[in-house]
Design a protein around this ligand. Sequence first.
Ligand SMILES: Nc1nc2c(c(=O)[nH]1)N[C@H]1C(S)=C(S)[C@@H](COP(=O)(O)O)O[C@H]1N2
Ligand SMILES: [Mo]
Length: 211
Amino acid sequence: MLLILLSVTFLLGDFLGEDFELEKEELRNYNGTELSSIYDFRENSIKGYQYISKDDYELKITGLVNNTQNFSYNEVINSFTSYKKVVTLYCVEGWEVKLLWEGICVNDLLDTVNISADANTIIFHAVDGFTTSFPVGYIIDNDITLAYRMNNVTIPPERGFPFQLVAEGKWGYKWIKWVTEIELSDNMNYRGFWESRGYSNDGDLDKSYFE
Ligand SMILES: Nc1nc2c(c(=O)[nH]1)N[C@H]1C(S)=C(S)[C@@H](COP(=O)(O)O)O[C@H]1N2
Ligand SMILES: [Mo]
């Protein structure tokens, strides 16, 4: 019986790819704080779910940098210190999720490329063509993280595997999922997907999301 169970688990593991830890349940409480479930969200992505293969994945750091970088998934996960934090994501559609995020600090990634002095904007690109941008200072001064786990499990494909930006203090449309590229730019007027459709460029939670 045990053997059958074990082999079924292995087969399932193979089928799903080892990224999605079957054996681990998501955490619903962290240090006394109740968390939402990672399944509590509405699918409203611009092109639906994206399924990124861990083996082919590359995170590129490009633009106004002295040396560009290409990291594999494992390089990102294993080369940098990881941080954990409970943060709530608020979508402009009126729903929210409070989750435990775990990821690396974007600063640590930027340290590897040596940003040019004239870079003032960071544009994040995703596999579905979605983009969003921030002043360099926002990312650096707030120690913004790029998450690869939520509620103690690997971020599932539907929620942005391999990485989602934890854009604290910003509306959900700044929390880019399925991130593939971080571009340093001097274009302070760059506008991302929703920002070029009338949503505020800074996306600050304490202000209206319309401009
Ligand atoms: N690549 C990409 N990232 C995206 C989006 C998208 O359509 N594509 N939608 C954004 C919006 S509007 C919200 S509210 C959040 C939702 O994140 P969640 O699925 O983790 O709740 O993802 C953001 N990141
Ligand atoms: Mo959203």
